[in-house]
Design a binder for this molecule. Structure first.
Ligand SMILES: Cc1cc2nc3c(=O)[nH]c(=O)nc-3n(C[C@H](O)[C@H](O)[C@H](O)COP(=O)(O)O)c2cc1C
Length: 345
């Protein structure tokens, strides 16, 4: 099968050791179908089985919290914070693999974007005690020691994901969560080596990706989802995101080429050229032909609902572009020895 405008869409793709039967990706979605401990339920397995039957090449399990304090604002998120959760996650990946679909796991920590209700009456943890304007709570400032511990916790979670049969892990480095909040000067007011210059604000991300890469090995795909810009004064700029991408390339190795149709994603391309997934606002008819982008992430046209849930991400006043465009984010997959230009033979 071939798409008339985007002929590679249904071709096989490969990222590191992961081969996908086509280049359509079910973007990360928090589905609220886990139990209160973050364990996979039968309902969740049935849901993912149906998604896999739909024919995409790769499905991401959305927002899996790596530590209890990293759970976001729902009680029924999936967790990957404990070895006891591995058998349930394994049942999930087995169900998806039955349909020749690859499965990724998004590793996440909420940072300040949670409340004590969801994290067992603990205080949220963040780079700086900057109040969360929507949720109304003030996070505690992370000590240098605790930052190092979280880095290790991400690596442990990645190993759990690999053990549970996932084919890829992805950092949730977007949408105001912990990694994003380190990069953004709006939420990072630190004066130590984790704050100030862009190099310092990226230190936590750099340490995290290196720890995960070391833990999962060189051929296991590791992605990093990032928001291109905050669209708030004093927030992440496109230049910060370019620096993030350069940092990822540096941490993960040599890139391989790809093209992106969106302005922001294209802007993020030059320093790297590495595989990139585009999230959201995917309307195939809007791409500029010829479409050669290896992977397209598709959620299902509910981005504005998400934006309403997380208004901090979306300026109430328009700052150019459409409301939905401000929600646009991308995942970089550098250093994965990918050959996305040609189908795997
Ligand atoms: C209910 C819901 C849950 C979401 N959960 C996640 C998530 O866990 N991780 C993530 O990176 N993005 C998440 N997203 C964002 C989507 O991956 C996607 O980028 C967004 O919906 C825009 O795509 P669309 O225009 O096709 O809806 C979520 C979106 C929705 C609507």
């Amino acid at each position: 099968m071939s798409h008339p405008t985007y002929p590679r869409l249904f071709e096989q793709g490969r990222i590191g050791g992961m081969v996908t039967k086509n280049r359509l990706v079910q973007s990360s979605l928090c589905d609220n179908m886990s139990d209160r401990n973050g364990a996979v339920t039968d309902q969740k397995i049935a849901y993912f089985r149906r998604k896999a039957e739909g024919g995409v090449g790769w499905i991401n399990l959305g927002y899996a919290y790596v530590v209890p304090r990293g759970r976001g604002c729902t009680y029924y998120m999936v967790g990957i914070q404990d070895d006891e959760l591995i058998p349930g996650l394994r049942r999930l990946t087995d169900a998806v693999h039955e349909h020749d679909v690859r499965m990724g796991c998004q590793l996440a920590h909420a940072g300040r974007q949670t409340t004590h209700h969801y994290i067992h009456d603990m205080t949220a943890e963040a780079p700086s005690p900057v109040p969360e304007p929507v949720l109304g709570e003030v996070p505690g400032e992370l000590s240098g020691e605790r930052i190092k511990e979280i880095v290790r916790e991400f690596a442990q979670a990645a190993v759990r994901a690999k053990t549970a049969g996932f084919d890829l892990v992805e950092f949730h480095g977007a949408h105001g969560y912990l990694h994003h909040s380190f990069v953004s000067p709006m939420t990072n007011r630190r004066t130590d080596e984790y704050g100030g210059s862009i190099e310092n604000r990226l230190r936590f991300s750099r340490e995290s990706v290196r720890a995960v890469r070391d833990a999962v090995g060189s051929d296991f795909p590791v992605g990093y989802r990032l928001s291109g810009q905050d669209y708030f004064e004093g927030g992440i700029t496109l230049e910060d995101s370019l620096a993030t991408v350069a940092m990822l390339e540096d941490s993960w190795g040599q890139p391989s080429p790809s093209k992106q149709p969106f302005r922001q994603t294209r802007a993020l391309q030059p320093p790297s050229g590495s595989p990139t997934c585009d999230h959201g606002n995917i309307r195939l008819t809007r791409f500029e032909p010829p479409y050669t982008e290896p992977y397209v992430r598709w959620c299902g046209g509910t981005g504005s609902a998400r934006a309403r849930t997380y208004p901090i991400k979306v300026a109430r006043r328009p700052v150019g572009g459409s409301f939905r465009a401000r929600h646009h984010s991308v995942t970089k997959l550098p250093g994965c020895s990918a050959n996305l230009k040609e189908p795997d033979t």
